[in-house]
Design a protein around this ligand. Structure first.
Ligand SMILES: [Fe+2]
Ligand SMILES: [Fe+2]
Length: 412
């Protein structure tokens, strides 16, 4: 199984373990031996890409957890929902009315995706990204939908209990497991932002008027939905910026008073906004965002039980990641740690000069929980030693509606 390498580490002669896709198009087939030209092209056009490359020693010695199916499910579900979303948002960006909109096809797609995820349950959410500001809102909507479906499916039992408690009705079991309103709501969270597209294309700080419109987007979005729309889905849109500690907007409702769907989309929406590239702010890495949301300064905004499950589904580093240790050597990630995602199983396979270690000097596979002497230092260019910081400064207690940039409005 392959090691995941950024384009700057690729060398001629390396063999691609998997095909490289970009926006659904195959660029290089699996099995291809890379030429200098291939590498030059990848570096120039897609500097952020990573490629899975076969490793002659590790391939024979180590079993990697296989995440192929997760990748396929994500691509299929994202593709289905993206087509659906662009239609919806095009209508909205032209300020066309919702009257006459074909909601049936949207509902059909949603049913398809829920059914598909049900028969192909995933344990790792692998998202692909484009860095195109023009498609940000549609892509964001598709990602939040997908992440919410994965988290919602993973916590079905928890959802069922919560819904019983909140409705005090004796719901039939099937009704209690219904994720459909979550699906619809999660797609339309930022509907109230469609008339603010110009803010996404600019680095300028928000004016007071912009700020007011951003603050109102949960309400204005909910109001734009047609009267036939599911009331629970509408409620999810209206409350998607409410925080678990009561510091959110528009109403500052806290904790268990928030509907379970609100608590789910609060996590998925924040995570996707923070890890996507924007014109007005650089993307943060999944590792950074997961740490900030679970152990770091923003943990108090999110339901801790749901957040824990989300972190185990997302995982900070993909299988095959090459991680630099504090002693200078490099380890390759072979297996996720579901309970403590920042302590995966690794094999130390490269020396301080990034040269492959001979077979008899490989160390592992070993779970980092069992080896406190092996500490992670960096992943690619990023120093990740912050993951050991248990005393991260807490965010101050100001209300979150008091933001000054679009990024701050979306994350945390
Ligand atoms: Fe929002
Ligand atoms: Fe959002």
């Amino acid at each position: 199984m392959p090691v995941l390498l950024p384009t700057e580490e690729l060398r001629p002669g390396m063999r691609l373990a998997k095909a490289i896709f970009f926006k659904g198009r195959m660029m290089l087939p699996g099995g291809k031996q890379l030429s200098a030209d291939d590498i030059g092209l990848l570096r120039k056009k897609y500097p952020f890409l990573t490629a899975q490359v076969g490793d002659p020693i590790l391939d024979n010695l180590v079993d990697f957890e296989d995440d192929d199916q997760e990748r396929q499910v994500a691509t299929t579900a994202q593709g289905k929902i993206a087509g659906c979303m662009s239609e919806v948002y095009e209508r909205f960006s032209k300020r066309a009315s919702l009257a006459g909109m074909d909601f049936q096809s949207l509902e059909d797609t949603t049913t398809q995706v829920i059914g598909y995820l049900k028969s192909n349950p995933v344990s790792a959410a692998l998202l692909s990204r484009s860095l195109d500001p023009d498609t940000y809102l549609t892509e964001h909507a598709g990602n939040v939908f997908y992440l919410s479906m994965i988290l919602g499916s993973a916590v079905r039992d928890y959802v069922a209990t919560e819904r019983q408690r909140q409705t005090s009705a004796n719901l039939a079991q099937g009704a209690a497991l219904n994720l459909f309103p979550l699906a619809l709501g999660s797609m339309f969270l930022d509907l109230g932002m469609v008339n603010l597209q110009h803010l996404f294309d600019s680095k300028n700080p928000l004016t007071e008027e912009d700020r007011q419109m951003v603050r109102e987007h949960p309400i204005s979005g909910a109001d734009m939905l047609p009267s036939s729309f599911s009331p629970t889905a509408r409620m999810t849109v209206r409350t998607h910026h409410e925080n678990f500690d009561g510091s959110g907007y528009p109403n500052g409702v806290a904790g268990n008073k928030l509907h379970i769907f609100t608590r789910i989309v609060r996590i998925t929406d924040s995570y996707d906004a923070a890890t996507a590239g924007h014109v007005y702010a650089d993307a943060k890495s999944p590792a950074r965002v997961l740490w900030e949301m679970t152990a770091g300064p923003y943990a108090r905004f999110y339901d801790p039980v749901l957040m824990k499950i989300f972190a185990s589904l997302i995982q900070p580093f993909p299988i095959g990641s090459k991680l630099r240790l504090s002693d200078g050597r490099y380890a390759v990630l072979t297996k996720y740690n579901r309970r403590r995602p920042f302590s995966p199983t690794v094999v130390v396979a490269f020396d301080e000069n990034n040269q492959p270690l001979p077979k008899d000097q490989l160390d592992g596979p070993v779970c980092l929980d069992d080896r406190p002497d092996l500490r992670l230092q960096s992943y690619g260019e990023e120093d990740i030693s912050y993951i050991y910081d248990m005393n991260a400064p807490r965010d101050d207690v100001r209300m979150r509606s008091d933001f000054s940039t679009l990024f701050e409005a979306a994350f945390p």
